[in-house]
Each structure stands twice: as structure tokens, then as C-alpha cells.
Design a binder for this molecule. Structure first.
Ligand code: MRU
Length: 339
């Protein structure tokens, strides 16, 4: 699993059985990794967005739960399973919206299906490795299918970060860009800065620029004008959860993009790995939206506070986008056209 760490966002260190993540809160200034082997560290890493993006959260939870379980001190299988369920519930409470978190934790718990503690650990490790490898394959396939919707020279608009940093290796919304670059194609990518946590400015611009892609940063509120000017061939975003009727959640600001894309007749594509589909959600109304601390808006990345003390702050981390605004979902199995 850790033969080569080049361009991986996270992995399991095979010697120490620790989860290693690239600390995304330090980017773009510093490329630093963090080693994780306790429930508290894993919870904090997900909660504080050291690891973020739905697929990456899922894989981190899978590898991380295994790394924690290796260190449980229980002497009986019953005690081990009790610790496992307690740790799983704690990690699941770190962030409520990305479906991949719950999906991955379920898979690891199911893998601990009886036998000795050592046998359960072996099965959990195999399952965590499978989730890791599947993410790479899924994103690669999304890249190929996404390319079928684009043509060489297209100008794309994306929001937040649904690239390599949001998954193990290729990302989802940016996977077609990388797949196209491998074939010598050229895309111009406009990246919304993505208030308040600036995943677009810090992460999307960092990873695309580092890969030699053509990336241009804009403030979120400028996207409508770009579309009005006829400069955007397609909007392409990732997602954190897709309901059965194809309503979906993605980073706050995505709804405005979708409404504007509809208004200006720009195709709106959503890259969606199958683990992000939630059969338990009938519509977008069932998706739980994370509320985050107001300080992310009033202080965040600024050296001085930018709003008066004592005011109310509205800071939902995600939008729910009605399926009627979506042109197509791009999954690893193919393209699902809606509009
Ligand atoms: O709060 P974040 O940074 O985890 O939000 C991430 C997004 O909204 C991404 O667009 C989504 O997870 C898709 S990642 C392939």
C-alpha cells in the first residue's frame, strides 16, 4: 500500500500500522504529513479538515479505524468488538454530511466478523486496503467517463476541492482534467476560492498548478459573471452525498453555481463515486448539513477579525442542490444524464 507515496493524499504505513495523511490545513505553504493511530487524533484530523473531501474522509476513516484497533488493549474478542464499536461511533460523529465516512466505517466493522482478535485485525486490514485501492480505481474511471463529456480546449469552472487532495490519488471532479492532460489535452480551469475555508484557493489551485495545469482563481461571487460572459463550457463539481432522487450535497456555494449554470445554459456536471450515494436518503431534505463555527467566517484566514464581535453568523458547510439543476452525474460506472 505504501510502495510509493508520491502524489498520495493518505496511506497506511506498513511498518508502524499508522495512518499517514498530508495535512491539508498547512497547504499551500507547507507539505507536512501527520501520523495517526488514536481515535482522538483521527477524530480531530477529520473535524479540523486536516483530511477532507468525501472520498479521502472515507479512506482515512477505514485505515484510521484499523490503526486504532491494532492498539486496543482488550484481551477478549468481545472486549475488542466493544472497543471497535465505541471508536467507530466516535469517528462517525466527526462530520455529518459526507456519506463516505459512514460507508467506510461500516465496511471495517463488518470485516471484524468474529474469530480471534488477530483474525479480525487481518480482515480489517484487508478491507481497509481494498477501500484504499478501490478509491484509486473509482476516481480513475470517473476521469475516463468525465472526458467523454468534454472536449480539448474546454474551459471549466469548479468549486471547493474535488481533486487529488479530496481522494487518495486522482480526485473526482478534477479526474477528467488529469486524464485529459495525460493524453495531451488542455483544459483551462477556473477555481472558486470557496469561502470560508478557501479549499479552492489553497487546495485546488495548489494541486492543479503543481501538476502543470492551467488554473485561474476567482472569488465565489465572480462565477456568475464568467458564465454571463460565455467563458465557461462546463461546471464540474464533486459531492458529499447523493440522495435516491439525485439531489446532492456539496460545499456551500455549489447551489449558487448550479442556479447560475442553469440560468446561463452552462452544463452542470457532478462527479460522484458510488460510495457517495446514500440509499437511505430519499431526497436532499434527508441530508444532514454540518454547521461549523462562526469564527471560520469572522476570523478564519485573516490576520485580524473581519466582523464585529457579538453578531450572529450563519455557516452551513454544505448546500443541497436539487437534481433538476444537474446535467449529468459522472460515476465510475458511466455517465447518468439528467438534463
Ligand atoms: O468541507 P470539505 O472540504 O470536506 O468539503 C469538500 C467538498 O465539498 C467536496 O466538493 C466534496 O467532498 C467532494 S470531494 C471529491
Amino acid at each position: 500500500m505504501n510502495a510509493c507515496h508520491e502524489d498520495l493524499t493518505l496511506w497506511l504505513d506498513e511498518d508502524s500500522d499508522e495512518l499517514i495523511i498530508l495535512d491539508q490545513t498547512k497547504l499551500p505553504g507547507k507539505e507536512e504529513t501527520v501520523s495517526i493511530s488514536t481515535a482522538r487524533a483521527l477524530y480531530d484530523a477529520i473535524r479540523t479538515l486536516q483530511v477532507r473531501g468525501a472520498p479521502a474522509i472515507g479512506v482515512a476513516a477505514a485505515l484510521g479505524l484499523y490503526a486504532c484497533a491494532v492498539r486496543f488493549e482488550d484481551e477478549t474478542p468481545e472486549g475488542f468488538l466493544y472497543s471497535l464499536r465505541k471508536t467507530k461511533a466516535f469517528i462517525a460523529s466527526a462530520r455529518p454530511t459526507a456519506q463516505n465516512l459512514f460507508w467506510a466505517l461500516e465496511r471495517i466493522e463488518k470485516a471484524a466478523d468474529g474469530g480471534t482478535i488477530q483474525e479480525m485485525l487481518t480482515h480489517m486490514r484487508t478491507e481497509a486496503s481494498a477501500i484504499f485501492e478501490e478509491d484509486i480505481a473509482i476516481c480513475r474511471a470517473i476521469g475516463e467517463h468525465g472526458l467523454s463529456l468534454l472536449k480539448d480546449g474546454d474551459t471549466l469552472l469548479t468549486h471547493c476541492n474535488a481533486g487529488r487532495l479530496a481522494a487518495v490519488k486522482y480526485g473526482t471532479a478534477l479526474a477528467p482534467v488529469y486524464a485529459g492532460m495525460e493524453r495531451g489535452m488542455h483544459f483551462q480551469v477556473y477555481a472558486d476560492e470557496t469561502r470560508p475555508l478557501l479549499q479552492g484557493a489553497r487546495l485546488t489551485c495548489y494541486e492543479l498548478h503543481r501538476a502543470g495545469a492551467d488554473v485561474t482563481l476567482l472569488c465565489d461571487g465572480m462565477a456568475a459573471r464568467l458564465m454571463q460572459e460565455g467563458k465557461i463550457d462546463a461546471v464540474i463539481v464533486g459531492c458529499d452525498r447523493v440522495a435516491r432522487n439525485y439531489d446532492f450535497a456539496n460545499k456551500t456555494g455549489t447551489l449558487s453555481l448550479a442556479v447560475n449554470a442553469k440560468f446561463f445554459g452552462v452544463p452542470f456536471y457532478v462527479a460522484a463515486p458510488s460510495p457517495t450515494f446514500d440509499a437511505g436518503c430519499a431526497t436532499g431534505e434527508d441530508i444532514v448539513i454540518e454547521q461549523r463555527p462562526g469564527e471560520e467566517i469572522t476570523e478564519g484566514f485573516f490576520s485580524a477579525r473581519t466582523a464585529p464581535e457579538g453578531i450572529g453568523v450563519y455557516n452551513p458547510a454544505f448546500d443541497v442542490i436539487p437534481h433538476t439543476l444537474v446535467s449529468a452525474f459522472i460515476t465510475e460506472k458511466g455517465v447518468i444524464r439528467l438534463g
